[in-house]
Design a protein around this ligand. Structure first.
Ligand SMILES: [Ca+2]
Ligand SMILES: [Ca+2]
Ligand SMILES: [Ca+2]
Ligand SMILES: [Ca+2]
Length: 235
């Protein structure tokens, strides 16, 4: 988490000069630029090919596996590398899609935390190794609690331009930095869904990290208020 703290300090400094800066933050390139220890694997010890030591179960629209077939779950393997370290190449195509339509063509991958719900506070997306034309230029981060109804947490819609300018580049988006609104709803499922790529029929993604907190249960908050009330009455 050291890198991230440094990044936040850096952005706090920048905020003095430009309060309106879109704050998505380039953390660097390569595996070492990943924040690490994300919600899917807080210990960073996921055994990817065996799909063990993870705190989430994974699902995807295509290639629902880890491994050298460039499976979708490779976005959760904690590495940026060719082949076994990325997801490729089922694509939604290059054409710009109307994201308000119900009939959008997409590819998606998601992490399901079961009965545990998190308020998403940040995520990183990392580019993969080959041609930049395979990078997404329309995509969303979505949250769900039933696997059927999904709410948009973040939307990137910039046909022809991706968020990256280098291979294996790690970019962070966070509510603290103003990239998306501070979340009030906790979700058990977080999904990345892509609707278009820059200039190739194929889509690729190197890595995906989710960060968030378990909200304080309402019952605990009420208990706290109750205790305060008790104390007040005793006075
Ligand atoms: Ca783990
Ligand atoms: Ca991870
Ligand atoms: Ca990866
Ligand atoms: Ca496109």
């Amino acid at each position: 988490m050291k890198l991230r703290s440094f990044a936040l300090v850096l952005m706090s400094g920048l905020a003095f000069t430009s309060l309106s800066t879109q704050a998505s933050l380039v953390l660097g390139t390569g595996t070492n630029a990943l924040i690490g220890g994300d919600l899917t694997d807080p210990e960073n010890d996921g055994a990817a090919d065996a799909n063990t030591n993870y705190n989430a179960t994974f699902n995807s629209s295509h290639e629902a596996f880890f491994g050298g077939g460039e499976g979708a779950f490779n976005v959760f393997d904690n590495i940026l590398s060719p082949r076994n370290g990325k997801w490729c190449c089922n694509g939604p195509g290059t054409a710009e899609q109307d994201l308000t339509s119900n009939n959008v063509n997409s590819v998606w991958v998601e992490a399901d935390f079961g009965s545990t719900r998190y308020v998403l506070s940040a995520f990183t997306l990392s580019s993969a190794n080959d041609v930049a034309g395979r990078d997404a230029d329309q995509w969303r981060i979505l949250g769900s609690n039933d696997g059927t109804n999904y709410s948009t947490i973040f939307e990137y819609d910039n046909n022809g331009t991706s968020i990256w300018n280098a291979r294996y580049q790690v970019v962070e988006f966070s509510s603290d930095l103003g990239d998306f609104a501070a979340q009030n709803t906790a979700y058990s499922i977080f999904r990345y869904e892509a609707y278009s790529v820059v200039s190739s029929g194929a889509h690729q993604l190197g890595e995906l990290e989710f960060f968030g907190e378990i909200p304080e249960p309402a019952s605990l908050a009420l208990l706290g208020l109750g205790l305060l009330g008790l104390r007040a009455r005793r006075k």
